[in-house]
Design a protein around this ligand. Structure first.
Ligand code: SAH
Length: 211
């Protein structure tokens, strides 16, 4: 099922009103339907700006937050991107339209399988889903131009910072509490790391080890 033209128009207008101004991001989100990533009855609410529950007690992120994070990540057509926290695969699907290659790691094998199927059904061949502990990164594919975490860490994981190229960007929610976290953008420069706080967000926690 793809959204009706009216639903799609309202969805894009909502994203613009929430501060998504990068045309490439808006276009990517126009091309990737969100309903295939939602579960059962929640598909009816796929174009609302709300997070939706998925299997294994996890969530499909709010679309305006996906847009904000994608915009902050600023991935280009030559970039190799690592995502930690595949969930449904929606964020990875959006990134697949902007980057050369997307690797996405999920600790629940069941979620990884479902995400892989959805991405295949949509014909998104430049995304690879891996079941594993994303806090370790993906050493055999490192370094990455961009790294995005869609689960909240207490601090930016050192393993991931080490797998980011110089000039690379990492976007992630950080915070101790499960209710309030801060979305941050880290740029790796020759001199070290630049930190920029973007906004408050709420994500499920990054949990070490396989589920
Ligand atoms: N990006 C997803 C939403 C993410 S929800 C989407 O677009 O649908 C966060 C996900 O991170 C959950 O599925 C959770 O299982 C996963 N996660 C948490 N800790 C992890 C870890 N250490 N390694 C890999 N995945 C992890």
């Amino acid at each position: 099922m793809s959204p009706s033209p009216e639903t799609l128009m309202q969805y894009l207008l909502m994203l613009k009103n929430k501060g998504i101004s990068d045309q490439r991001v808006l276009h990517a989100m126009e091309l990737i339907p969100r309903d295939p990533f939602a579960t059962g009855a929640f598909q009816d609410r796929a174009y609302e700006d709300t997070a939706l529950p998925i299997a294994s007690g996890q969530t499909l992120s709010q679309p305006s937050i996906v847009g904000k994070m994608t915009q902050a990540l600023n991935a280009g057509p030559r970039d190799k991107v690592l995502e930690i926290g595949t969930g449904t695969g929606f964020q990875a699907a959006v990134l697949s339209q902007l980057a050369r290659r997307v690797y996405t790691v999920e600790r629940f094998a069941k979620l990884a399988r479902t995400a892989n199927r959805t991405l295949n059904d949509l014909g998104l061949v430049n995304v690879t889903v891996i079941t594993g502990d994303g806090s370790l990164g993906l050493p055999n594919q490192a370094p990455f131009d961009r790294i995005i975490l869609t689960a909240a860490a207490e601090d930016p994981p050192a393993n991931l910072l080490a797998q980011l190229k110089e000039g690379g960007i990492m976007v992630l929610p950080v915070g101790q509490s499960s209710t309030v976290q801060t979305l941050i953008k880290i740029t790796k420069t020759s001199g070290g790391l630049d930190y920029q706080e973007l906004q408050e967000v709420r994500f499920v926690p990054l949990v070490a080890g396989l589920a």
